[in-house]
Design a protein around this ligand. Structure first.
Ligand code: NAP
Length: 309
């Protein structure tokens, strides 16, 4: 099936791009991905998205953005793209056995949570190990949990969990947090949150039991290993861009983020990138929506220019 624009990804960047291309009367398909809505769907209250003085729930914000894009004609497929051909225009994007084609592509596939890379983590994911407090916090009511990370995400997830669990231990590899000052102050004041500094998680107990019973920690300053019991482990150590599908096709930096220039343009004319997939610095909902808008305008100008040629 042919469209003027295909958008890959349905977080704030993709949905804003779809709103703009829809309103420009460009036929638009959004390949949402299996995790439709992106990272906003796994947050709670978003307090820093302008226009909502009391804040808005992340999932609600995404639903509103989706409806708004749909109202202006965007069509949606809720699956992951499986392969892509950027060698000729129209570009082709396959979703299983179906292939869609478009003259312009906007890539807004976002980023996924970074993991520790432990075998026990893989085995216990969903069985006491989680990357989403909002999704899984409920299962840990009145229990003790360990959180890994020292950024805003680790703090935000810990605040959320502190309302449910009996104690949150934040394990951080340094003795200083990366989180913003306001988040740090809130965390230090929270009686349910304690910090374990200069420490990393070396293993998670107990895959044999099929549940989390504790963690093996290493204090990097004292070169000391020790066991700590807990009922769950939450990991909030940043993200990796979802760019595997574009490896070898699009220019990326050393961390796999797509490189853009002149706004949202990639190294292939007609292919644009927006949101966290090309932004490792700001990573906010509001910056993602802004770059989604830019990508739609860039795509629109590209298509007009090509038509006039
Ligand atoms: P981040 O700022 O990159 O922080 C990641 C944290 O994980 C850092 O403390 C890092 O340690 C640690 N880390 C990384 N790899 C690790 C590993 N392999 N083992 C142990 N620790 C590891 O990521 P983020 O917290 O997800 O935040 C991303 C962006 O979103 C930031 O710009 C943040 O401000 C923003 N954000 C804002 C809000 C809010 O305002 N409400 C909420 C969430 C996120 P080091 O510090 O030693 O590098």
């Amino acid at each position: 099936m042919d469209y003027e624009v295909i958008i890959l990804g349905s977080g704030p960047a993709g949905l804003t791009a779809a709103l703009y291309t829809g309103r420009a009367a460009l036929s638009t398909l959004v390949i949402q991905g299996l995790m439709a809505g992106g990272q906003l769907t796994t947050t709670t209250l978003v307090e820093n998205y302008p226009g909502f003085p009391e804040g808005i729930q992340g999932p609600e914000l995404v639903v509103c953005m989706h409806k708004q894009a749909e109202n202006y004609g965007a069509q949606f497929v809720q699956e992951d793209a499986t392969s892509i051909d950027l060698s000729t225009r129209p570009f082709s994007v396959s979703v299983g056995k179906k292939t869609y084609r478009a003259e312009a592509l906007i890539i807004s596939t976002g980023a996924s949570p970074r993991l520790l890379g432990l075998e026990s983590e893989e085995k216990l994911m969903g069985h006491g190990v989680s990357t989403c407090a909002t999704c899984d916090g409920f299962f840990f009511r009145d229990k003790e949990i360990t959180m890994v990370g020292g950024g805003d995400s680790a703090m935000e997830e810990s605040f959320f969990l502190s309302r449910l669990v009996s104690q949150v231990y934040i394990v951080h590899r340094r003795d200083q947090l990366r989180a913003s000052k306001i988040m740090q102050e809130r965390a230090f004041k929270n009686e349910k949150i304690q910090f374990i500094w200069n420490t990393v998680v070396r293993d998670i107990r107990d895959p044999e039991a099929g549940e989390v019973t504790g963690v093996l920690l290493e204090n990097l300053k004292e070169d000391k290993l020790w066991e700590k019991s807990c009922d769950g482990l939450f990991i909030a150590i940043g993200h990796i861009p979802n760019t595997q599908l574009f490896e070898g096709l699009l220019e990326m930096d050393e961390n796999g983020y797509i490189i853009t220039h002149n706004g949202t343009q990639t190294n292939i004319p007609g292919v644009f990138a927006a949101g966290d997939v090309q932004d490792h610095a700001y990573r906010q909902a509001v910056t993602a929506t802004g770059s989604g808008c830019m990508a739609a305008l860039d795509a629109q100008r590209f298509l007009e220019f090509e038509k006039a040629r």
